[in-house]
Structures are given as C-alpha cells and as structure tokens.
Ligand binder design. Structure first.
Ligand code: PA5
Length: 446
C-alpha cells in the first residue's frame, strides 16, 4: 500500500501550523466530496476505478488488443497530447523493459506516440518507422479538435488508407473521444471506427483511468485490471474523512503550508529511471490544475541520481524556494550483486556483496538528508515496487490530492483557460478562417 512520510518537513514547519493546514485541507476535502466546489461538473474521475472494474471496459480494451494481435500488428501509433497522452506514456515507460526497443518484440506491439508536438522532423521520422511495420493507430482527443493530434492523425490516416485500403484501415484505427461532440467523433462515425467514449465529466489530465490511458496500456500488454484495482484501493483510502489516515489530505496540507511559507516550486523526484514520465504526468496534473489566477506551486521534476550531476548543485544551494517530493520505490524488480574484485583497482570492494539497489537507496537517503540540511523540505511517497497495481495507486492518490490542494489554494482545479491563449495566436498566424484581424495584429508585432 502506498505510504506517505512527511517527517522530512519537521525542521521547516511546526505541529500547530501543520494541524491548522490539515483543518484547511479537510475543509477543501469536504468541498470535493460534497461536489459543491468550482468545476464540480468534472468530478467523474473520482469513481473511475470502481466503475471501470465492472462495466465491461476492460474486456472491450482486450477485444481490440486480441483483434490486432490476430492481424499481427507490431506497432501502434498512439496519437494525443497533454492529458490524452501523458498517463499512457507514463505507465508504459514505467512497466516496460528499459531496452525493450533494442531487445525486440515481447509478444505485444510496440507503442509509439505522436500528435504531442508539431515537429515536421518528428512526423517524418515516424513515417520512416511505420513504413517498415505492421501498423495500427489509436487516436485520442476528448475535444476532438486539438490541432497537434488532428494534424498527426490526418497524416497517419492517409498513410494507413494508402497502405491497407480504406476498409482495412478502418479496422486498424480506434478513436477515443467525446460521446457526441467534436470533429474526431463525427469523422469516426462516418468512417466506422471502433470508438471509446471519454465521459463529459472527466477532464484530460484526470483521464488516465478512462479509455484514454487504458486502451494504449492494454495494447502494450499490461494488466489494466490490476491498474484499476490499485487505483480502487486509493479510491477507498482517499475517500476517508480522516486527517490521520488519508494521504491525499496530508500531502495537500503540507505542500500548501510550505507554499505559503515561500516554497514556490515543488520538484518531483524519483531514483527509478522508469518513473521519469511519472514526473511529466504529475507536472501536467498539478500545473494545469493549480497554475491560474496568479497562483500555484510551480511543478518541476528530476531523476536521480542522474540529475544530481546536473541539477543537484542548484537544489542543494540555489534560491531557497523549493520543496521536494520523492517517490520512493522500496524494492527493485531484478537483482544484481556487486562482486568482490581481487585487485580492487577501482576501490569499490567496500560494496562487495551489496545489491546495486542498496547503493541507490543509500544515495536516496543521503540526498534527502543533504537537501534537508540545505533548506529543502522533503515530502515522501513510497510504493513497494513498480507494477500496474502500484501505479494505479499513485495515479489516483495524486489526482485526489490535486483536487484537495487546488481547492485549498482557492482555484478551480478542473479548467485550463490559459491554454487557449497560444492556440488563438497559432490559429491567427496560420490564417484560420475567423482569425483574420487577430492575425494582422500579431504579425504587426513580429
Ligand atoms: O488536461 C487537459 O484537459 C488537457 O491537457 C488536454 O488533455 C489536452 O489539451 C488535449 O485535449 P484533447 O484531448 O481535447 O485533444
């Protein structure tokens, strides 16, 4: 079971302050649970684990997996951006062999991502890859109108139709989108694609436990039932109105207390390279949910020990406006012992007989203590090992804590009005009909 440890904040806050923030977090939790706060029409994510364990969605995902397996599909292009991409990317990276590509097929198709940028080089290189492979495509967009995935999908769709013919291409495309609205929905209906629905009441960055995350994760060969079961365990724990036992309330309370005390940036840390994309998913979740109305902790992420050799100096001695949340993985999934060496030329015999992971653990503990000494409060979330169940726990825990935390901050966690600004400028500069005046005004500024 996921555990939280806030002992690394003891030298930065006192008990009375923390108690006061726990009370504030409890009040925010009540708003979330009674569904009376801002954005309360976007709370469908709270019950996703229990709902999706029993409504046939798992079997529906597995049916797609099996039908593409029967076609010997060995590459699935998954198209999406933001919340329609990061959850699946995070889970697949975490669960995959670090050298899966180099080692070759493990029986499931390789999943590659597209539509999360507008780089011509990237899309051309993607086409180089798919020309050599037996390809299918999952296109994911809740709104069905986002430019980046729409451009990538137009190109991949045309390629699939040229290669396989229109009818077969339609069998190799699955869409995940709104039940009724958006260009992707109407296109899918017209072309006869298998479609999964993203419910209206679930926003993109809270959608990893919907078909947005579940379809690609299942296609990659991972156990989405275990993922949902792990999430369900947190759905139960994080629903408790309990400051002593609910980790979402505790985490939200402490990070807001530290923020109000001047710690304006939170760095998510992992010592497991496979969790690099957990940082990317978490940054989107917290960045888009909290960064508004001139407020919000700036979410950043690093991977240690790698980044101790790039960002370690800044974290230890730079401006003292940061807090760190380390996601600890208690146990490695594999074993490697450092053997004794008769000559000991490298001077490492003091490590003989130790697991490599033991060194990683000591590095982690040493870093956390050094950073406390350097003025960086330490929050800690621990899972036993990296697997589907524990990732489900982490996803749900951070989502619930995010809802509580954003309500403590006094913002609507479930909108993202600021994302529109760049889109409008981009449309204007691309001469999208309707944006002519804005385009002229922008060009005059360039
Ligand atoms: O969290 C969000 O709502 C956003 O990050 C969206 O997921 C992202 O903009 C992609 O939107 P869509 O799924 O509508 O293409």
């Amino acid at each position: 079971m996921l555990k939280i440890n806030l002992g690394g904040c003891n030298s930065f806050v006192n008990d009375a302050e923390y108690k006061a923030y726990l009370d504030k977090a409890l009040a925010a939790f009540d708003v979330l649970e009674s569904e009376t706060g801002a954005g309360n029409d976007f709370l469908g994510w709270k019950k996703l684990p229990s709902t999706n364990l029993s409504n046939g969605l798992i079997e529906e995902c597995e049916a797609v997996r099996d039908s593409w397996k029967a076609k010997n599909v060995d590459l699935v292009v998954t198209i999406g951006i933001g919340g329609s991409y990061l959850g699946a990317k995070c889970a697949i990276e975490a669960l995959s062999h670090s050298f899966a590509k180099e080692l070759g097929s493990k029986g499931a198709p390789e999943i590659v991502f597209a539509g999360h940028n507008l780089s011509e080089d990237y899309i051309c290189e993607l086409m180089d890859l798919i020309e050599t492979r037996n390809v299918a495509c999952v296109v994911i967009s809740k709104s069905g109108t986002t430019t980046e995935p729409a451009v990538a999908f137009r190109i991949v769709k045309q390629y699939l139709e040229n290669k396989y013919g229109k009818a077969e291409a339609a069998e190799r495309i699955v869409a995940v989108t709104d039940a009724a609205r958006g260009a992707l929905k109407s296109l899918s209906t017209q072309e006869g694609y298998k479609t999964f629905v993203i419910e209206d009441n679930v926003g993109g960055r809270f959608s990893v436990l919907t078909p947005v995350g579940l379809v690609p994760i299942c296609l990659a060969g991972y156990d989405i039932r275990a993922l949902l079961e792990g999430a369900q365990s947190m759905e139960e724990l994080c629903a408790k109105r309990c400051t002593e036992c609910n980790p979402a309330i505790q985490y939200a309370a402490m990070r807001n207390l530290l923020y109000d005390g001047g710690k304006k940036t939170e760095i998510l840390v992992s010592f497991a390279p496979k969790l690099q994309y957990l940082g990317e998913w978490w940054k989107q979740l917290y960045g888009e949910s909290e960064g508004k109305d001139g407020k919000g902790i700036f979410p950043a992420s690093v991977n240690f020990t790698t980044d101790l050799h790039s960002m370690g100096q800044w974290i230890q001695e730079g401006e003292r406006t940061i807090m760190e949340t380390t996601v600890t993985v208690e146990n490695a999934s594999r074993n490697m012992i450092i053997e004794a060496d008769a000559q000991n030329l490298d001077g490492l015999n003091f490590l003989a007989g130790q697991h490599v992971e033991h060194c990683n653990k000591m590095a982690e503990l040493g870093t956390r203590l050094a950073h406390i000494d350097g003025g960086v409060p330490q929050l800690n979330v621990t899972i036993e090992k990296i697997n589907e169940y524990n990732l489900g726990e982490i996803f749900y825990f951070f989502e619930k804590a995010c809802g509580v935390s954003a309500y403590m901050l006094g913002v609507n966690p479930f909108n993202q009005p600021g994302v529109e600004a760049y889109k409008k400028n981009m449309f204007a500069l691309l001469n999208k009909p309707g944006y002519e005046d804005k385009g002229a005004a922008l060009r005059a500024r360039l």
